[in-house]
Unconditional design. Structure first.
Length: 255
């Protein structure tokens, strides 16, 4: 009985620890990390977040920010990065975030490519077509999306709104460096979006943990009361669809 109890306690500890970010940025009126130990550099513009709270998300309009983050997992160490994003334009590429070097397999970044006919390629960039994970997803402006990318040393995964979009094995990711960029890929800046709640983890979160992170951080369901009835009014979540299209499109303007 004691062994079973200890095992359950250990599993609970691992699950709790896995869901504690090593660093996070909430953008609640400042560019500081949640523990105030580091900060992004730049003159910020703050806007309403997904909850409607004023000055609680960062607006990027063809502008990038960077921070020196000592907790960024190096080389092929396990990692998870999550972020909330609302696109204000989808006809150009949105370089969401990334770090590493512009060399084969030495980058770890997330890009939402320009939309065409309501769909867009979402790319986990490793630099070099063989190191990129690409999936086509529906995309619309003015909707908050929750993105998560994970890597366990072998398997790369992309999620949106808690749902797994694509998983690829066998890609070695050797991203090194401690400068985290948002709105920028290598030396190119391209983004028109609002960003909130960037979280960095030193583990590859499981499907269940990613789903829980989404459910626990999305905007609450609003309730309206009419005579004799209680009717939930729920904002429509974006439709997320996996794609079998595995053709990696050329990533433009990143040299």
């Amino acid at each position: 009985m004691k062994k079973i109890l200890l095992t359950l306690m250990f599993v609970s500890f691992l699950n709790t620890n896995a869901q504690n970010p090593v660093q996070e940025f909430n953008f609640n009126g400042n560019l500081n990390s949640a523990d105030n130990s580091i900060s992004f550099l730049g003159a910020p513009v703050f806007v309403n977040d997904r909850m409607g709270s004023p000055k609680s998300a960062l607006r990027l309009t063809n502008k990038s920010y960077q921070a020196v983050v000592g907790d960024l997992p190096q080389e092929n160490k396990p990692k998870t990065i999550s972020v909330w994003v609302k696109f204000n334009a989808i006809n150009t590429a949105n370089y969401i975030l990334g770090y590493g070097t512009a060399a084969n397999g030495q980058y770890f970044g997330l890009i939402q490519q320009p939309a065409a006919s309501g769909s867009s390629d979402l790319s986990l960039v490793g630099w070099g077509d063989a190191n990129n994970v690409v999936v086509s997803v529906p995309l619309a402006k003015d909707i908050w999306y929750f993105y998560s990318v994970t890597y366990d040393g072998n398997v790369s995964k992309i999620y949106r709104n808690g749902e797994l979009l694509k998983s690829v094995e066998g890609i070695q990711r050797s991203a090194k460096g401690y400068i985290l960029n948002i709105g920028k890929l290598n030396t190119s800046t391209s983004i028109n979006a609002d960003i909130d709640d960037i979280r960095l983890y030193s583990v590859a979160m499981t499907d269940e943990q990613v789903r829980e992170a989404y459910n626990s951080s999305k905007a609450a369901t609003a309730i309206t009361v009419s005579p004799g009835a209680v009717k939930p009014v729920k904002a429509s979540d974006p439709v997320v669809a996996s794609s079998s299209n595995e053709i990696n499109k050329a990533i433009k303007n990143i040299e």
